[in-house]
Design a protein around this ligand. Structure first.
Ligand SMILES: Nc1ncnc2c1ncn2[C@@H]1O[C@H](COP(=O)(O)OP(=O)(O)OP(=O)(O)O)[C@@H](O)[C@H]1O
Ligand SMILES: [Mg+2]
Length: 324
């Protein structure tokens, strides 16, 4: 399979700070690769190098077969970049921004206007097209920023945390937009701190931590790599949660992770017989549960196992989970 992006041994230092410490990355043409990692992992730095905005200190990378350092002009003709911070002029309207970008890309006035109108329609910005960007909501801004990166019809699209800060509904809309782009043949490299986002959109996921690749694979493979399944139990009575937690610890040797809000306990199920053992114990103790079963680990649990970090506000369960 041909690769749209290929990077080998990328190193980038900022003074003493090593932002990238030997990163390899491959993105097959027409696919979506998600780079997943916590704050400061080096995601934006990698994207900036692949977008020719920054040179690597070591290593090399090609986009569409062209070297990002030796042939940046060719590379730029192939790519579109949607930044972590929107790159549009606040005082201009949505349409004016897109036309301006088209003109900067050497389009005729007529072509630039036509392209802007297409994109405004495609991203459902018609109602707001004539308003200054300063009045746009966060979701509209992201859509406009994405539209802006598509003015030049790039083959390869970089999306740097496309949905950070968006509400769940708007996030879903963005995901649909990205899926449509890929269905139309674009190659997408996206960074995200959201495991669910990578799971939803990406064919393959590369996990960064402290400037290194700590894991790579299909979402399902990554989930399996962390091993086995997860047993989940939700006692009907909140008062039983402590007792059930102790039972699970006895049976598995691991203190279960616990979601206090809903009284849900989860623990790695290494032994296939664990479910029946738990059922017998609960039955003997007369404890009813609303939920009991096995599932594959979530990407959040995978990420934790791979890096020892959570990416979000679930820090409070980290200590318990790390007992494993
Ligand atoms: N221009 C710069 N000068 C100095 N340090 C930098 C520069 N750009 C990035 N860094 C540092 O390099 C490291 C990686 O930063 P980077 O922005 O690539 O991380 P990230 O994974 O995109 O994080 P986030 O999720 O917060 O966007 C960080 O420690 C950051 O502080
Ligand atoms: Mg970043």
């Amino acid at each position: 399979m041909s690769h749209a992006i290929r990077a080998e041994g990328l190193v980038k230092r900022f003074g003493d700070m090593v932002a990238l410490n030997g990163v390899d990355l491959e993105v097959p043409a027409g696919k979506v690769v998600g780079v997943l990692g916590p704050n400061g992992a080096g995601k934006t730095t990698a994207l900036r190098i692949l977008a020719t905005l920054m040179r690597p200190d070591e290593g090399h990378a090609t986009v569409g077969g062209h070297d990002v350092v030796k042939d940046p002009v060719r590379v730029r003709s192939l790519i579109g970049l949607t930044g972590q911070y929107a790159s549009v002029d606040e005082s201009l309207s949505g349409t004016e921004n897109l036309v301006l970008l088209g003109r900067l890309l050497n389009m005729s006035k007529r072509d630039a206007k036509k392209r802007a109108a297409e994109l405004i329609e495609r991203f459902e910005l018609t109602a707001a097209a004539a308003r200054p960007i300063a009045t746009f909501s966060g979701g509209m801004r992201r859509r406009l920023d994405l539209a802006a990166s598509l003015v030049g019809r790039p083959q390869v699209l970089y999306l740097d945390e496309p949905t950070t800060g968006l509400d769940p509904h708007t996030r879903n809309e963005m995901w649909e937009v990205v899926r449509r782009l890929v269905a139309d043949g674009s190659t997408v490299l996206l960074t995200t701190q959201y495991l669910e986002e990578a799971d939803q959109l990406a064919d393959r996921i590369t996990v960064f931590d402290h400037g290194r690749v700590v894991a790579e694979g299909r979402p399902g493979e990554l989930k399996r790599r962390v091993g086995g399944q997860i047993l989940h139990v939700r006692p009907t009575l909140p008062a039983d949660v402590d007792l059930v937690s102790r039972m699970l610890t006895e049976l598995t040797g691991v203190v279960p992770a616990r979601d206090e809000n809903i009284g849900l306990l989860t623990v790695p199920a290494v032994d296939q017989m664990l479910v029946s053992a738990v059922v017998r114990k609960l039955d003997a103790a007369g404890i009813a549960s609303d939920e009991l079963g096995l599932r594959l680990p979530s990407l959040d649990e995978v990420f934790l196992a791979l890096t020892g970090n959570t990416t979000d506000d679930k820090q409070d369960t980290t200590a318990e989970r790390n007992v494993a």
